[in-house]
Design a protein around this ligand. Structure first.
Ligand SMILES: Nc1ncnc2c1ncn2[C@@H]1O[C@H](COP(=O)(O)OP(=O)(O)O)[C@@H](O)[C@H]1O
Ligand SMILES: [Mg+2]
Length: 244
């Protein structure tokens, strides 16, 4: 079952920067798909297009077989959560609890249901004790987990995560990887943390200059040093150690 089908999309920013140049792939239900690539290769632009925050100039995006239109975008967004690269873009209410409650409350759920969802989301992200804290007082890793809790509270079917481990210390990074690994939902993770890709992704797409340079199973292509370097990446540390 295909959740997203991306068909030959191209995108240029208003200033003329060509960010994506003929991208095609599908996201299958239940898979954790890594999108790896150097800075500027188009990962964030791709996630913004999938979330319909930007519209493709060419090509089309299908969600569960339906081309994204005003109607199907609403449905897609109800079922899909996007974690921004910078959690400060996601957290805006005075306490973590209120922030996590914001989405479910907007769905018009009862206060009991909202509270229950918030408690489960805080628990699943391991931040039960941070509920009453102000988001701006949290560490970078805690902010990422709080933003993720906000997504979990919406009970999404698919998560789109933009560089979720960037800027995290080793323990927060490990915590986050464990949480992602435990979720049973479909996920697309844009990252250059290739060791995370090794740990949690079933499949990886390597992007280079707005195109797909490779799409295959993990570890597969990740072991090809020459190819990886040509894409501005490196062989994951966990593989180098194993090979040396
Ligand atoms: N708002 C923007 N306006 C103009 N160019 C942009 C904008 N955002 C990103 N770009 C450009 O689009 C390309 C892809 O960027 P991006 O999708 O952010 O890549 P990545 O997430 O892989 O680092 C880059 O060349 C970047 O400079
Ligand atoms: Mg990016």
């Amino acid at each position: 079952m295909k959740v997203f089908e991306i068909e030959n999309i191209c995108y240029s920013y208003p200033d003329g920067t060509r960010a994506l140049n003929g991208i095609s792939f599908s996201v299958n239900e239940g898979e954790i798909l890594g999108i790896a690539g150097a800075n500027g290769s188009g990962k964030s632009t791709l996630l913004m297009l999938m979330m319909s925050c930007l519209s493709p100039l060419e090509g089309r995006i299908l969600y569960h077989g339906n081309e994204l239109s005003r109607e199907s975008v609403r449905n897609m967004r109800r079922e899909t959560g996007l974690l921004f690269q910078d959690p400060d873009d996601q957290l805006f209410l005075p306490t973590v609890r209120e922030d996590v409650a914001f989405g479910p409350r907007n769905l018009g759920l009862s206060e009991e249901e909202v509270t229950s969802r918030v408690n489960v989301a805080l628990h699943d992200t391991g931040i039960d004790t941070l509920g009453n804290k102000a988001p701006w007082k949290l560490s970078g890793g805690e902010k990422t987990l709080a933003a993720l809790a906000g997504l979990f509270a919406m009970r999404p079917k698919t998560l789109l995560l933009d560089e979720p481990t960037s800027g995290l210390d080793p323990k927060s990074r490990r915590d986050l990887i464990n949480i992602i690994g435990r979720t049973k939902i479909t996920a697309v993770i844009a990252t250059h943390d290739l060791d995370m890709v090794m740990d949690v992704c079933h499949r990886v797409i390597i992007m280079k200059d707005g195109r797909i340079a490779s799409d295959g199973e993990v570890p597969g292509i990740l072991t090809d040093r020459k190819f990886m370097v040509s894409c501005g990446l490196e062989v994951p540390l966990s593989l180098t150690n194993r090979l040396s």
